[in-house]
Design a protein around this ligand. Structure first.
Ligand SMILES: [Fe+2]
Length: 367
């Protein structure tokens, strides 16, 4: 349920790249410790600065100029490339407040997974070999597909969603530029209903390179940043979400999936409050009743005109289920506050249910 997650497992695990050595200084151009000599950094900075300003937001056309020019300047990067069949390899070439530029190497079978660029525009140019880009066509659910050979490039604005992969024979190398520099990306799952957003990751690497610097580091930085931004503006005594959650759970006798499954055979109702997008990606529990979180109280309050009559009883036994078992605790507590004393929630949510090997099925309907 996290808004910002950093995942090192699941389908993206094979696309992990080894952590780069940490930067020790800020400023324009390359940061020290990234394996590129200061002279090379200066040459790259000189090249980029002739093509685009080092501050402000660059257009896709400017980013294309940066990517294609650097791709053609092989003396700036060719001796640095590492082709690794096991992990995707990349190297930061340049970073200013206006853009960041990356060198990527690709081997057969390597791709990025579906993603956007968190509001950044971007461009990539193929220097060696070829890349295959699948992308979402803005005007519909249709997906486009194009193969790019050496010397070719694409540029895109914010909102572009694509999956970039190795294009076929031999090794491939490409130059990628983004403006503003990448800070977050959302990953998507391709479904029968189109591309569904799956998770947003805090990031400072290119094209599917997750959590450079370590997942814990990226998440901790995001959390610390959020705390700095908000702590002074809040009223004294206002509970944080962690406190609110702990308070909610202190009043619940939460059920593990096996216990919930047993209760369902005894008349207890499992209520799935996940949004459609999550049900499509994750699947559903046969027999669960789907009630959106935004209408939950109105459907189950016996006094509500919008109630579901057979369920909206004071003694109804309900187990609320979300994806991971966080939002469900707050929702269950809200139902108990309106008098439904037999309501609790599913510990670990749908994901724990599935992991326990209990029955699941693909999402059944759009509604
Ligand atoms: Fe991308």
């Amino acid at each position: 349920m996290s808004v910002v997650t950093v995942s090192s497992g699941g389908s993206g695990a094979e696309k992990q790249v080894p952590p780069a050595r940490p930067a020790t200084e800020g400023g324009a151009g390359l940061k020290p410790g990234w394996g590129v000599s200061p002279e090379r950094q200066h040459d790259i900075l000189d090249t980029v600065s002739h093509l685009a300003p080092l501050s402000g937001r660059l257009s896709p056309a400017q980013l294309r100029a940066v990517a294609t020019t650097l791709a053609a300047r092989r003396e700036l990067w060719a001796d640095l490339v590492v082709h690794d069949p096991d992990v995707r390899w990349y190297l930061p070439l340049h970073r200013s407040s206006s853009c960041d530029v990356w060198l990527l190497a690709w081997e057969r079978g390597q791709d990025t997974d579906w993603h956007d660029h968190g509001g950044s525009s971007g461009s990539f140019a193929v220097a060696d070999g070829s890349l295959l880009e699948q992308y979402r066509v803005p005007s519909g659910r249709r997906l486009g597909r194009r193969r790019l050979g050496a010397g070719e490039a694409v540029a895109f604005g914010p909102g572009h969603v694509h999956d970039v992969g190795h294009g076929g024979e031999g090794s491939s190398t490409s130059i990628h530029a983004y403006s503003p520099p990448l800070s977050a990306m959302t990953y998507y799952t391709a479904t029968d209903y189109g591309l569904i957003a799956r998770e947003t990751v805090a990031i400072d690497g290119p094209e599917g390179a997750r959590g450079r610097g370590g997942a814990d580091t990226a998440l901790a930085q995001a959390n610390a940043s959020a705390a700095r931004l908000t702590s002074d503006a809040l009223p004294d005594g206002a509970p944080g979400i962690d406190e609110l959650l702990a308070e909610a759970r202190s009043g619940l006798h939460r059920l593990r999936p096996e216990a919930a499954f047993a209760a369902m055979t005894d008349g207890t109702v499992l209520v799935d409050i996940r949004p459609l997008e999550q049900r499509i990606v994750e699947g559903e529990v046969p027999g669960a009743i789907i009630i959106g979180r935004n209408v939950l109280e109105w459907r189950l309050d016996p006094r509500s005109e919008a109630r579901i009559a057979p369920l909206a009883r004071p003694d109804v036994r309900v187990i609320v289920m979300c994806s991971q078992g966080y939002a469900s605790s707050l929702a269950a507590t809200s139902l108990r506050r309106i008098g439904l004393s037999e309501v609790t929630d599913l510990e670990g949510g749908f994901q724990a249910w599935r992991a326990a090997g209990l029955p699941v099925r693909p999402a059944q309907a759009l509604g």
